[in-house]
Design a protein around this ligand. Structure first.
Ligand code: AMP
Length: 395
């Protein structure tokens, strides 16, 4: 696996696909710079070698060239994070981009305008990829969050750099850390899959059954399993058409020797609201009109004891409606157990949109071994897929 560490960038112009698709507020100020910070090690390495960096990214989903999606809004934050000035050019291909690149000196950083101002980016257009490729000497892919898309700048472009392409430090560490979980030698391995729906995580669960010793299933998706087993779940979230599949998953898990842990009790509420009345209920006997919105104390304790005896832990998805304080206890308890296991030497990886948000909200990011930056990309890797953006560098 060739990474930025394997190349000397002296006097080279590195064309780096970064993921600067960051959230902006109404005044176009960056509200969370995590993704920019994540790209810093790659940029620093190239500059320290005596090279220059041409950064390309998408931002949002522009239809035309709307100002709100301009990467010029990112320049100030990128400069602050990198601790140097960041040049900007208001196009990503064509004469102005080419002129800006021609004037770029070693030690300088140039940010190109939003790649998705051109529909050719997402269609993976060869001509567009070739135009982009003409800007740099070496292609570096450091955009894990976009590695599951076969877009011009993430995948197609790599063909124009048969010898001069590599993984950025972030993408390399994402692959390394996920591999540590998926190819784990440190057993027991526990995966915690939570979140709203089974349907969005079926392929993940099926693939993960070959890799884990324990599977904790929590959050809204647990109720489809409980109902399929004949439980009374009140008005909890359920996907009736996935009940047969839930039973099949339980059967496969048994055949493979994977222990499945479902909640045994839940915090039930009389409405989906921060102001609801709540009670603790056995998960198989939820009264009509009540819905389970968080895992209960016995479940939390069961989950913690599984986690504390694990050596490798993967966490994707909250076990309750953690956005509301009233229903955040289960997710906090789970996160704390993962933090404790990590402190005792386990390797823990948190990934996929909402669990990363939960880890941040409850100050757990520093207490787990690795927090993945890619939502969809991470899920596709957990599904066992080879991501096109990764394959393109390996080819
Ligand atoms: P996902 O995007 O599939 O990981 O789902 C995350 C969402 O699941 C979060 O917004 C949670 O609020 C939600 N969630 C977790 N537990 C429950 C539950 N018991 N009932 C309804 N939604 C839930």
């Amino acid at each position: 696996m060739k990474t930025v560490q394997d190349i000397n960038f002296k006097d080279k112009k590195a064309l780096i696909r970064v993921d600067f698709n960051v959230p902006l507020d109404n005044a176009f100020k960056v509200t969370d710079a995590t993704r920019i910070e994540a790209a810093k090690p790659t940029i620093v390495k190239i500059l320290e070698d005596g090279g220059s960096c041409i950064l390309m990214s998408h931002l949002g989903r522009p239809k035309n060239k709307e100002n709100e999606f301009s990467l010029k809004h990112i320049v100030e934050t990128a400069a602050a994070v990198l601790g140097l000035s960041v040049l900007f050019v208001n196009d990503c291909v064509g004469p102005s981009a080419e002129a800006a690149v021609a004037n770029l000196n070693p030690g300088e950083v140039l940010l190109l305008e939003n790649l998705r101002y051109y529909k050719e980016e997402t269609t993976g257009d060869l001509g567009f990829a070739k135009q982009l490729a003409s800007l740099g000497d070496v292609y570096v892919n450091d955009a894990f969050g976009s590695a599951h898309r076969a877009h011009a700048s993430t995948t197609i472009i790599a063909d124009y750099f048969p010898e001069n392409k590599c993984f950025g430090a972030l993408l390399a560490s994402e692959i390394f850390n996920l591999e540590k979980v998926l190819g784990a030698s440190q057993k027991p391995v526990t995966a915690i899959i939570g979140g709203a729906k089974v349907s969005s995580k079926i392929t993940v669960i099926e693939n993960i059954l070959d890799k884990v010793d324990h599977l904790i299933i929590g959050g809204g998706m647990a109720f489809t399993f409980i109902k399929a087993q004949g439980g009374q779940i009140g008005s909890s979230l359920v996907e009736d058409d996935k009940q047969a599949l839930a039973l099949q998953i339980l059967k496969t898990a048994k055949e493979k020797g994977v222990e499945i842990h479902l909640p045994v009790d839940v915090i039930v509420a009389d409405q989906f609201s921060e102001f609801a009345s709540t009670e603790i209920s056995p998960i198989h006997e939820i009264a009509e009109g009540w819905m389970g919105l968080d895992s209960g104390p016995q479940s939390n304790s069961n989950f913690a004891s599984v986690i504390l005896k694990s050596k490798t832990i993967l966490w994707n998805g909250p076990v309750g409606v953690f956005e509301m304080e009233l229903f955040s206890g289960g997710t906090i308890s789970l996160g704390n157990a993962i933090a404790e296991a990590t402190q005792q030497g386990a390797f823990s990886l948190v990934g996929g949109g909402d669990s990363v948000a939960a880890a941040k909200q409850f100050n757990l990011s520093q207490k787990v071994s690795y927090v993945s930056t890619g939502g969809g990309a991470m899920l596709e890797m957990l599904e066992g897929k080879t991501l096109p953006g990764i394959q393109a560098i390996l080819d």
